[in-house]
Ligand binder design. Sequence first.
Ligand SMILES: Oc1cc(-c2ccc(F)cc2)cc2nccnc12
Ligand SMILES: [Mg+2]
Length: 214
Amino acid sequence: TGSTRPQRLLRAVQKKATQGDPQSVIATIDDFCRHSEWAMNVGDEKGLILDSIVSEVNPSTALELGTYCGYSTVRIARLLPPGGRCITLEFNPAYAAVARQVIAWAGIQDKVQLVEGPSGDLIPQMKELFGVQTFDFVFLDHWKDRYLPDAKLLEECGLLREGTVLLADNVICPGTPEYLQYVRNSPRYESRYFKSHLEYTKVEDGLEKSVFLG
Ligand SMILES: Oc1cc(-c2ccc(F)cc2)cc2nccnc12
Ligand SMILES: [Mg+2]
């Protein structure tokens, strides 16, 4: 009955990060993952690319698929304009429980709505549950075999608009070949690869930015 890695990550945040300071929460998690225990956060290197794209889009409504411990949720939410919000979906209740506390420690819980459940079931409910019209930005960072079906589901549910930006993590490692093939060949997307590395390692990975053309 020991602790889990997400619980140890949370303990490090509550011990070392300044409450209400998102940047210190981010730095604490990166330090924990680099020097104590690797964990599958988007990390500092890919995180800077995420930051630059979120800042460029300046989303009023952002969707994150795959919360894990809330690291990228904090990265995204800290950059939102006033009144902006991030809806984040997490399948694993234990991850969601840790993420809620990480997000609260960062002090940005008022900008975030964390929903537990399978993305395939929740995406069709976004309009009725949260009054979402369309998303300005979507960060795909959950199970790799869900990227393509969930992108198609977002299209079918009318949740994307001309200019919506989809940003996908891990397109090389672990890899999402079907999703990449789709967004790179579909006339409905303008896609670009941002080469980087798997979080906290020298292994190649990258982010794929795909603009929905309507
Ligand atoms: O960023 C990530 C990395 C990995 C991952 C795990 C083990 C490895 F060896 C390599 C990579 C899995 C992920 N699952 C969901 C969302 N993001 C992930
Ligand atoms: Mg990832």
